[in-house]
Design a protein around this ligand. Structure first.
Ligand SMILES: NC(=O)c1ccc[n+]([C@@H]2O[C@H](COP(=O)([O-])OP(=O)(O)OC[C@H]3O[C@@H](n4cnc5c(N)ncnc54)[C@H](OP(=O)(O)O)[C@@H]3O)[C@@H](O)[C@H]2O)c1
Length: 323
């Protein structure tokens, strides 16, 4: 089969290539999926670059045995192991695996759910890391409630486009921060208010937000405090692009330390993919509460360019590779 393999750490065009690789094998508990689409999130690019370097052992653990990278897929079940129940050959599914950017990927049944009938394979593959991150940020860590006002930075990106929609589905008032070219997009997915960061610094307004989901990391907590309500929470999800051994990890650490001295809390969090939240996201998609925003779609042969594109950091929603 053809797959996108990583040969070292570096820029995508230097260390990735699309080539013939052995198809993955499954054991009695495994599921083999004929991949129709796989989505790319910015974390996958950090894994290719191997930055920050301290995280390289973790990045390596995400690479399939064949060297193929990628995490989020949608496709059709090709075969199942003897012990597998609830998933059958021919089922249309979406979920996570190792080695997504290839024609076939092996995974386990708990990492898959039936593809929402109203989503294309491209859209279903986009309901991956970014969607889990948005859901867990707002629901689990932010405990966002109906009527609260939430501000989402990076509202046009992979995480942000899910966060705006999930916040609206929760009944919150939503302000999205994005660049001029993305104002209409962010409005179209439900933001009540939009702020163009090229024209206006959102930290100069009145205290309004019970929750800020910061997907960018351009402002320290002390600036955010001005616009948080007295017991508001900043979730520091994004940080400046990682560099060197620990570059990029300083921002969430500073936010955590600064919040020790204030009622207004700030903290980072790590999202985790799990079966229960996959089912929740599927339901949100099936009921039309989230519709993945697809940016660019690349054929598998152009996977390296696709990953380099996402690495530039200007995604509008999620970019996808199709097989
Ligand atoms: N906590 C976790 O477990 C977890 C999981 C996933 C991702 N993350 C982090 O979440 C962050 C966002 O990821 P993502 O996948 O959404 O990234 P992305 O898809 O690359 O999107 C970033 C978006 O931010 C916009 N942007 C850039 N500068 C901005 C600014 N100053 N203000 C507002 N918007 C700005 C970009 O558009 P323009 O440049 O056109 O404005 C782009 O649409 C990353 O730092 C990532 O590492 C954390």
């Amino acid at each position: 089969m053809r797959g996108t393999i990583q040969t070292g750490f570096g820029e995508p065009r230097d260390v990735l290539r699309v080539d013939e690789v052995p198809a993955p094998e499954i054991d009695d508990d495994g599921v083999l999926v004929r991949v129709r689409a796989a989505s790319i999130h910015i974390g996958a690019v950090y894994g290719v670059r191997g930055l920050p370097k301290v995280m390289r052992p973790m990045f390596k653990s995400f690479i399939a045995k064949s060297g193929v990278i990628g995490q989020n897929i949608a496709g059709v079940v090709e075969s199942v192991g003897a012990n597998v129940t609830g998933v059958a050959v021919g089922d249309e599914v979406f979920g996570s695996c190792k080695g997504a950017f290839a024609e076939y990927a092996a995974t386990t049944p708990d990492a898959l759910a039936p593809k929402p009938a109203n989503l294309t394979f491209e859209q279903a593959s986009a309901v991956g890391v970014s969607a889990f991150t948005a859901l867990q940020a707002l629901r689990t860590h932010g405990q966002l409630r109906e009527g609260q006002h939430v501000l989402v930075t990076g509202a046009s990106g992979g995480v942000g486009t899910f966060a705006v929609q999930i916040a609206k589905a929760t009944g919150a008032e939503v302000t999205g921060v994005c660049s001029t070219r993305n104002l209409d997009l962010v409005r179209s997915i439900g933001a009540d208010h939009v702020i163009d960061y090229t024209q206006q610094d959102f930290t100069t307004g009145d205290p309004a937000y019970a929750l800020i989901l910061d997907n960018v990391g351009a402002h320290p907590l002390k600036d955010m405090r001005r616009v948080l309500t007295p017991d508001g929470l900043l979730l520091a999800n994004g940080a400046p692009a990682p560099t060197g051994w620990v570059g990029g990890l300083g921002h969430p650490l500073k936010v955590t330390v600064a919040s020790l001295f204030s009622r207004q809390q700030g903290r980072p969090f790590l999202s985790m993919e799990n079966e229960e939240d996959l089912a929740t996201l599927r339901e949100l998609a099936e009921t039309g509460k989230i519709t993945p925003v697809i940016d660019r779609v690349f054929p598998l042969d152009d996977a390296v360019e696709a990953i380099a594109y996402v690495g530039a950091g200007h995604n509008r929603g999620t970019s996808v590779i199709t097989m």
